[in-house]
Write a protein that binds this ligand. Structure first.
Ligand SMILES: [Zn+2]
Length: 404
């Protein structure tokens, strides 16, 4: 039986190829979670969170005839996931990807829209949002849906009505994560995963620096298009002081409404109106395209303040914080028929039930005396997997060996 070291900072296991293959879904029906990304750098960050990349093991799940989407398949935490790569930004493109996704992966139950977004400087509760923070949707609104009147554009009066609420299951899990324990766990998981990303030079996921996080007064416009604020001399006296930048800029998650539209919002004034009137805290272009097709959560890293001073300096860092939060979110995600697909048991417990995710889970288990030897021991308490379609029989999942 051959062994190989999987080259990923998340993975520190030597896993036999046979063992990996025995855990793979037997068909595209074995995938229940999809992640939609608009930009390649956003997908790069998500794929960096893979514990297993199925293509690396010769498993090409292909796609249905007529489906134009491009996919990557792998494992994040304890879930098989498929990443749908969008051909371009915007909600029409996202809607098309979502519709075609169903052709190839008909059993998808949850879609996460990941990547980057603009953000409000503050939540409706007055909490500061700084660049790199993560916005998690409690609802998505189409802010560009409304009426073009002679006197100007009027959005729908009740913007919440433009798209439906998340389903009961999603609302429940999001509410759970918003609790004290849920937030603490999520925040710790994000920090841990982000640190791992920052060990991958290609991701360029380093924090850009507090001096690059510049929030201008809403009415103050960028001076010259195509040039950076520094190049065109945007007035530093118009900057609004941010408290968190001087204390702790650890990534913080914010739950709230996300405004989704086909235009890039680059107006501090419009941003503030939407925030004040509709409690919107994030601005992006894909969520609305997916929302009506699937149970959906938008998880995006803030890379600008949705004003005219926006630039690309924060894109990669925000993509990384989004991906870290996606992984953290999936750690908390328990599908309705979880018994059929989760490797858990009374002695292992759901939070440490992941087999292949190397660093994060297995090393945690190493710190516990009864898990100090091989993962076979970890697998003993629950060595029957209930759904062979998803991972194969658990009894085949042998041969894992820690290499440090
Ligand atoms: Zn500027």
């Amino acid at each position: 039986m051959s062994e190989q070291l999987i080259m990923n900072p998340h993975r520190t296991l030597a896993i036999s190829t046979d063992s990996i293959l025995s855990c793979s879904p037997t068909s595209r029906n074995g995938f229940h979670i999809a992640i939609v990304c608009a930009l390649p750098i956003e997908a790069d960050a998500i794929i960096a969170a893979f514990g297993i990349y199925w293509e690396d093991h010769g498993l090409l799940y292909d796609k249905a005839y007529g489906d134009p989407n491009a996919y990557s398949t792998g494992v994040i935490g304890r879930h098989n996931v498929v990443v749908a790569h969008m051909p371009s930004m915007g909600k029409a493109s996202a809607a098309s990807v979502a519709v075609n996704l169903r052709l190839s992966f008909p059993k998808i139950e949850l879609v996460l829209v990941a990547g980057t977004c603009g953000c409000s400087p503050k939540t409706s509760e007055g909490d500061e949002i700084i660049l790199g923070d993560v916005i998690i949707s409690t609802g998505v609104v189409q802010y560009d849906l409304g009426h073009r009147m002679p006197e100007g554009f009027k959005s729908k009066k009740k913007i919440l009505d433009s798209l439906g609420r998340p389903n009961t299951e999603l609302r429940s899990i999001v509410n759970k994560i918003q609790g004290i324990r849920g937030r603490k766990k999520l925040r710790n998981n994000i920090a841990e995963c982000l640190a791992q990303f920052q060990g991958v030079p290609e991701l360029e996921a380093e924090y850009p620096g507090i001096e690059e996080d510049r929030l201008f007064q809403a009415e103050y416009c960028h001076r010259i298009d195509g040039k950076s604020c520094k190049e065109c001399g945007c007035d530093g006296e118009k900057l609004i002081p941010r408290v968190r930048l001087n204390t702790n800029h650890q990534v913080v998650e914010h739950f709230g409404l996300i405004a989704s539209g086909d235009t890039v919002l680059m107006s501090g004034r419009d941003r503030d109106i939407l925030t004040q009137e509709e409690n919107v805290i994030g601005f992006e272009m894909e969520g609305a395209g997916v929302w009506d097709n699937y149970p959906c959560v938008v998880i995006k890293g803030a890379c600008d303040y949705a004003d005219s001073h926006k630039n690309e300096k924060w894109r990669r860092y925000a993509a990384a914080t989004s991906a870290a939060c996606v992984k953290a979110f999936l750690n908390s995600w328990v599908p309705g028929n979880s018994e059929s697909r989760i490797l858990s048991g009374p002695e292992v417990g759901p939070s440490s039930a992941v087999i292949f995710d190397g660093n994060q889970e297995i090393l945690h288990q190493r710190s516990q005396p009864r898990f100090t030897n091989t993962p076979q021991e970890i697998l003993e308490p629950n060595n029957t997997l209930r759904d062979p379609e998803i991972f194969g029989e658990m009894k085949h999942v042998k041969g894992l060996k820690l290499i440090r």
